[in-house]
Design a protein around this ligand. Sequence first.
Ligand SMILES: C[S@@+](CC[C@H](N)C(=O)[O-])C[C@H]1O[C@@H](n2cnc3c(N)ncnc32)[C@H](O)[C@@H]1O
Ligand code: SF4
Length: 377
Amino acid sequence: MSGIYFHIPFCKQLCHYCAFHKSISLQAKARMLSCLKKELNDRKNYLTGNKIDSIYFGGGTPSVYSPEEIQSLILEVGRHFIINDNSEITLEANPDDLTHDYLKALKDTSVNRLSVGIQSFHDEDLILMNRRHSGQQAFDAIKRAQTYGFDNISVDQIYGVPGLSLKKWEENLKKVFELNIQHISSYHLMYDPNTVFTHKLKKGIIKEVDEEVSLAQYKHLISEAKKHGFLHYEISNFSQSGFESRHNSSYWQQKMYLGLGPSAHSYNLNRREWNISDNLKYMKAIEEGGAYSECEELSFNDKFNDYVLTSLRTMWGLDLELVKNEFGEFYHQYCLEKANKFIQSEDVRIEKKHIILTDKGVFISNDVMSDFFYIEE
Ligand SMILES: C[S@@+](CC[C@H](N)C(=O)[O-])C[C@H]1O[C@@H](n2cnc3c(N)ncnc32)[C@H](O)[C@@H]1O
Ligand code: SF4
């Protein structure tokens, strides 16, 4: 099974924390749509005949395209690949785009999962982030989507944001669980280079929140999610049983994926490729047959480290049998030695031949994962 990712590199307004590739000029929307279709055709052999079981429209803001335009891309995938009947087809959408008309038309497409950026329900946070909607508008958008029959909805929320106290975060979570949604992605704010937040941080206009506060927010998130019956299946992702994001899981489970559009990444188990993060250069290269991507061949050891990084992030953990079969006895023993060290500190456990982060270990996941990396001499 494989996945297809479309990067839609447009946003109507720039959020002050976000470094994802996008342009706020929407002029090239139609031209970009044709280029995405052309890239799909040019790279139809990349997945070596594998069936598709997930399509993900991410961005940027995919909901800048009409439902008809989104469906035209799905149909184009169907012209070149076999799409499984029960595929997961996700559209990332900004709450203010989810109007009655939009949702009604979207229900007639093959999109069956929505991922909506809520970030916070507090208007002062949304203003600080330069979002286009209020907390109430975001709440109403989810409710509206449910009335149109969308029953697989994920929301994004950010914690560790300046001005977001533990009390405000608790209120955000309370509202999220009132929505009766199936999936939550919750990220700690990252100060990415070239964002307004990072600029303000450097100038002393905003201040990073204390580590104890953001740790308390993360712990509260984990305990509330458990209380509401959600599985904590990846460091930042929670779902009702059976609603784990199949697309993101394919990244974590080392499946092949083809990424289309500027800045999109692709992986076919041997090679990583990434498209240039520049809309005009991307479109020109696609139209004229020029180069628009770079690639890296993965060494055997790179593949092992990739497996460590992706598997330890999840509740399924690192499969010791898989390591033995795919990477050999040396790496198998290496994993057992590393695991012993972290079993003593109660950061990992071994269950049914899988090394899994404990709740304690999840808080220091970056340290654990980097310690598991095998560095070749
Ligand atoms: C690719 S963005 C697109 C979602 C959609 N455009 C929206 O804003 O609603 C996916 C999510 O990444 C998260 N995100 C983006 N930049 C972040 C940052 N610097 N720190 C933490 N989370 C971030 C946000 O929660 C955002 O909703
Ligand atoms: S968070 Fe979403 S809407 Fe905001 S700039 Fe990033 S991609 Fe665009």
